[in-house]
Design a protein around this ligand. Structure first.
Ligand SMILES: NC(=O)c1ccc[n+]([C@@H]2O[C@H](COP(=O)([O-])OP(=O)(O)OC[C@H]3O[C@@H](n4cnc5c(N)ncnc54)[C@H](OP(=O)(O)O)[C@@H]3O)[C@@H](O)[C@H]2O)c1
Length: 336
């Protein structure tokens, strides 16, 4: 190869790396998901008329899922504990879409009442005939130090986030295997992949979900048309901090938490729907610098441990002094 040819190869390699670096700096999801959003199927074509069951549909990510799915023309089963809130979400869905009253079933459900789940799944199937997509979204987070937290809180987090989700899945999956198709999408978290101080129980519950669904996916390889997918969002605007568990079961969070540094709910949900429409098996959705942490944890774990212990220490110190631990992860502390 002559000198001119060699420098052209170097030039294009550098250009290629530069473009990728720039893409990464502005990315708000893993590159597979972003690639699907550019070149893949659109949710509007893939999810139209599908029957989608969303748990935790009364607020936050679940509520936004309902709105965007309604706009895509999906038929909906909306579940959470608060029936009045679900009816409000249903009304808003009807206002924002071409769906008709009978296209949305409000199905109140408590993830902790596992004995009711078989009947709830049956009711959804009897109403629509089948379920195409189950989105396991309902759940609660945690803001408390391990040393100060009652074991009851750990039990509650596991009962709700893990067993509640597994129970619904257990009752929906047989309908999907019978038809040979369907999608089970579970909203995990960045805390399902990465350690998260002040959220030891929450992170444990989300890690458990990752392990469960990664294993279930392999068990189901004889059903190539059943998608098992996990979604791992970073901080997203919602009621999650307000509703989080603290040291004691019924003790509320002091401050609801700042929202400005978090990803807009609408963007997170749009990316989730792109992932579902394109069969993405694990979705990382977060603004920078959080997205960098996912990649570091996956590809350079020693560096990631060094970085997260520095950031984690600041988070714990801020929490102890009453500052917003979430908003001050990367930025200078500000009194909330
Ligand atoms: N927002 C974030 O930063 C973030 C980041 C990563 C992952 N996530 C995950 O995203 C999912 C949705 O959270 P969100 O951010 O949208 O929080 P949110 O606004 O607090 O919504 C939580 C939803 O879960 C439902 N829920 C809580 N306990 C329930 C129970 N026992 N039975 C049935 N439903 C229950 C709530 O409805 P009711 O109170 O009416 O029952 C509500 O609809 C959660 O799994 C969370 O872990 C959130």
């Amino acid at each position: 190869m002559d000198c001119c040819c060699l420098s052209a190869v170097w030039y294009f390699t550098l250009l290629y790396l530069l473009v990728h670096c720039l893409c990464f700096i502005f990315a708000d999801a893993d590159l597979t998901l972003l690639w699907s959003s550019v070149t893949g199927h659109s949710p509007e074509t893939k999810l139209r008329r599908l029957v989608v069951w969303v748990t935790g549909a009364s607020s936050g990510i679940g509520e936004e899922l309902a709105y965007q799915l309604a706009k895509c023309g999906s038929r909906l089963v909306l579940s959470a504990r608060r029936e009045d809130e679900l009816n409000r979400v249903k009304r808003c869905c009807l206002e924002r879409s071409n769906l008709k009253e009978e296209d949305i079933l409000v199905l109140p459900l408590d993830l902790l009442q596992r004995t009711s789940h078989a009947d709830k799944a049956k009711a959804a199937v009897q109403y629509f005939g089948h379920i195409d997509v189950l989105i396991n979204n309902g759940g609660r987070s945690q803001r408390s130090l391990f040393e100060e937290t009652s074991l009851d809180v750990y039990q509650a987090l596991m009962e709700l986030n893990v067993l509640g989700t597994i129970s619904i899945t257990k009752h929906v999956l047989p309908y999907m295997t019978q038809r040979g198709s369907g999608s089970i999408v579970t909203v995990s978290s960045i805390a399902g992949l990465v350690g998260a101080p002040l959220s030891t129980g929450y992170a444990a519950s989300k890690h458990a979900l990752q392990g469960f669904f990664n294993s279930l996916r392999i068990e189901l390889t004889e059903y190539p048309n059943i998608l098992i997918s996990t979604v791992c969002p970073g901080p997203v605007q919602s009621q999650i901090v307000h509703n989080a568990f603290t040291e004691e079961l019924n003790k509320p969070v002091n401050a609801p938490g700042l929202q400005e540094h978090k990803m807009a709910t609408s963007r997170c949900v749009r990316l989730m729907l792109v992932g579902i429409a394109n069969g993405v098996k694990e979705m990382w959705i977060a603004k920078q610098p959080f997205l960098f942490v996912y990649y570091a944890w996956q590809y350079v774990p020693t560096f990631a441990l060094f970085l997260t212990s520095k950031l984690g220490r600041r988070r714990v110190e801020n929490f102890r002094t009453g500052l917003d631990a979430d908003a001050t992860y990367f930025t200078k502390a500000k009194r909330s």
